[in-house]
Design a protein around this ligand. Structure first.
Ligand SMILES: [Zn+2]
Length: 698
């Protein structure tokens, strides 16, 4: 039973999130599945908590609209990066509400929860108790006047609403009052003893040191009862009679989302969900980021144990991944959203899926498994160019080219009697690598496991360099017997390639698939049990022409990304949660430019003369635009907004001197200007009445 932390459906997720939980979980699951083990991999959107209504206020919409907007985007982003969940569920689903309520009821009926009354801030105008995030005031630490009830965003200090000076409600702008309210608490303190035994003794060595360390400091610090309910109108209703206006606290309901997701998966696949959460032989593994450790290693296990479920076998948690020398942060614009990466690298060209693998490669190579790590675009370029292209890709390509040149595109014979030391060493390396990689994966050491795979391809290159079959081939006319040496070399290189496909598959599944195609073999060959064998491809079998597995990343592409990051982080961010203020602000204004910057751009009026959909690209339309002095082909991302037939004849404003760019194999020779209204709908920018094509706009 494998879970990956449920992302909040309150905005786009960045590649630091991807590296923290989802990618390592996906690698692990692909490995387990290649071993034919019975495994379910669940994830989904966390759609409760104050983060959702707060985002709704920022966007001037409802909480429901926010989750309905972000859930499908995040789900699709994961798919585009080949993260393959068995189910990507949502906590707004009725089955989850029922499951979470049943959990609460069971614990409450068993007397495992405590009810306590306390004084909390209340907004008399809106008649609501205020969650921490709905209270603002002056930070007692640094004097910043817009600190939140749980944290000051200026100095970073964690706060409680009581510490704020001059607190105001962000809902009404009024000063809140204190009012008594009742809440249910989970007494973590009662569970200290078994937690100490279970985490600090039993799992002292097999859990990561950062996880054990964080748990130890929590337990040593003395565990406190934690409220499991909140006064809020967005969330799962507390299922008891006298709990009007109360919902389950999000950290109580969210992890139960793993259970409800499993239930939904079981319904969809005609399976029984119970063994995955009750059977003592089941291994439950939670992949999380380090900000989630306490919930998954202490609080949720207490809930599971009280509810009669199994507790996790492991909680692999990563540290943080920084970006170009600073902490990744979506709100400060210092991040690379999965969505942006997908649009810039994967969707931009045919075969762009190799860049899903390229990102998976680099993020695993720098995985923050034991300490914080750092993503740099230069590092990404180096990883792709000097490892994927120059080592792994190069070995496979050389093998294929030589095989087509020297052994008629077929798997050559292995002449056992001629095997020399180098051959035997290569066979030995293949077998040893399999065992080593398996051990590393079983121990959640993904970074090192990937290193071993690349190292094996490096050994392949070295072997090839030693054998030099292209030199040996020059003696063929004098001594036909030398063909046997060539046969042996290429036979072994091909068997190594087949092994590399199996071993790389959990990490780079699209690459493995491409290799299968070149080898003309079926998916079954990727079964883990085949790794380490050197009879995977049969003698005489003819193989396809080589395909390049990876292309190089150009300096210009890296420069473009760095520039993009710079621009994004300079945009002023809307930080307030008050709708009225948001509406009055010129949101997300770009940084100032001088007239010369503007004057460089050549805008012209054109008329759309034809429009058609671009195959396999939902968002793109291919347009022909008449600019008077010439006709242009322009690929525009507006297919979700306009039908091709309804825009033919429309006049538009074109950026006429933009460098041409290939999209889906079509050269786009310009860009159409569009305005996006508050609801996200697009509108053309066109002259009032019809005017001559080619008219300049300035
Ligand atoms: Zn502060």
């Amino acid at each position: 039973m494998i879970t990956a932390a449920l992302p909040y459906a309150n905005g786009l997720k960045h590649i630091g999130h991807l590296a923290g939980a989802y990618l390592p979980a996906d690698i692990y699951v692909r490995y387990l599945k290649s071993q034919k083990r019975d495994v379910v991999f669940v994830c989904g959107s966390d759609e409760h908590g104050t983060a959702i209504p707060i985002q709704a206020m920022k966007e001037g919409t409802t909480a429901q609209a926010i989750i309905d907007k972000y859930h499908p985007i995040i789900e699709q982003n994961f798919k585009d990066l080949s993260i393959e969940f068995d189910i990507y569920h949502r906590t707004s689903a009725p089955i989850h509400h029922e499951t979470a309520q049943e959990f609460f009821t069971a614990l409450n009926n068993d007397g495992e929860l405590e009810v306590k009354e306390s004084e909390q801030y209340y907004d008399e105008e809106t008649k609501t108790f205020l969650a921490d995030r709905f209270i603002k005031g002056t930070c007692p630490n640094c004097g910043f006047d817009s600190a939140y009830g749980d944290q000051c965003e200026k100095c970073g200090k964690s706060l409680s609403p009581d510490e704020l000076i001059n607190p105001v409600s962000t809902l009404s702008g009024q000063k809140p009052v204190k009012k008594a309210t009742k809440h249910w608490y989970l007494p973590l303190n009662k569970h200290e003893e078994w937690l100490r035994e279970w985490i600090l003794k039993e799992h002292k060595d097999d859990w990561r040191a950062n996880v054990v360390g964080q748990c130890k400091s929590w337990i040593d610090g003395g565990l406190q009862p934690r409220a499991v309910t909140r006064d809020l109108d967005w969330g799962i209703k507390v299922p008891v009679a006298d709990a009007e206006g109360k919902v389950l606290y999000v950290w109580f309901d969210a992890p139960i989302g793993y259970v409800s997701a499993t239930k939904q998966w079981a319904i969809d696949n005609d399976k029984d969900w119970k063994p995955y959460w009750y059977d003592k032989d089941t291994s439950l593994v939670h992949f999380i980021g380090k900000d989630n450790i306490v919930f998954h290693a202490i609080i949720f296990p207490i809930m599971l144990k009280l509810h009669g479920n199994i507790v996790p076998s492991n909680v692999p948690s990563n540290e943080f991944m920084n970006l170009e020398g600073d902490k990744m942060s979506t709100s400060r614009g210092w991040s690379i959203e999965m969505d942006d990466y997908i649009n810039d690298w994967i969707k931009k060209e045919n075969g762009g899926v190799q860049f899903a693998d390229a990102l998976r490669y680099y993020l695993t190579q720098i995985a923050p498994e034991t300490k914080d790590s750092e993503f740099t675009w230069k590092g990404f370029q180096d990883a792709v160019n000097s490892e994927l292209v120059s080592i792994f890709g190069n070995f496979v390509n050389r093998t294929w080219v030589l095989m087509h040149k020297l052994t008629n595109g077929k798997v050559s014979k292995l002449h056992d009697e001629l095997l020399d030391e180098a051959d035997k060493k290569l066979i030995d390396d293949i077998q040893k690598s399999k065992v080593k990689i398996e051990d590393l994966l079983e121990g959640y050491n993904f970074r090192e496991a990937l290193f071993e795979v690349i190292d094996l391809s490096r050994k392949g290159n070295k072997y090839m360099q030693e054998k030099q079959p292209w030199i040996v081939a020059k003696q063929l006319t004098e001594n036909p017997e030398t063909q046997k040496q060539i046969d042996n070399c290429l036979h072994l290189c091909l068997q190594l390639t087949a092994n590399l496909a199996i071993l790389i598959n959990p990490f780079l599944p699209n690459t493995a698939k491409k290799m299968l195609y070149m080898m003309k073999v079926v998916d079954k060959m990727l079964d883990w049990e085949n790794a380490g064998k050197i009879k995977l491809l049969s003698v005489g079998y003819s193989l396809r022409e080589p395909q390049l597995l990876f292309r190089k990343v150009e300096d210009a592409e890296i420069a473009e990304q760095l520039e993009k990051l710079k621009v994004k982080s300079q945009k002023p961010k809307v930080e307030t949660t008050n709708t009225a203020t948001v509406a009055n602000q010129p949101a997300n204004l770009k940084s100032e430019i001088v007239y010369d910057d503007f004057a460089k751009m050549d805008f012209r009026v054109g008329t759309i003369t034809s429009a058609e959909k671009v195959e396999k690209a939902d968002k793109l339309l291919k347009l022909q635009v008449d600019l008077g002095f010439e006709h242009r082909t322009i690929v525009s991302g507006i297919a979700m907004h306009f039908k091709p037939e309804e825009i033919v004849g429309k006049q538009v404003t074109v950026v006429a001197n933009l460098a041409p760019r290939k999209m889906r194999g079509i050269e786009s020779q310009g860009m159409i200007l569009m305005a996006e209204d508050k609801s996200g709908k697009l509108h053309f920018i066109n002259p009032e009445g019809k005017i001559d094509e080619g008219s300049a706009v300035s």
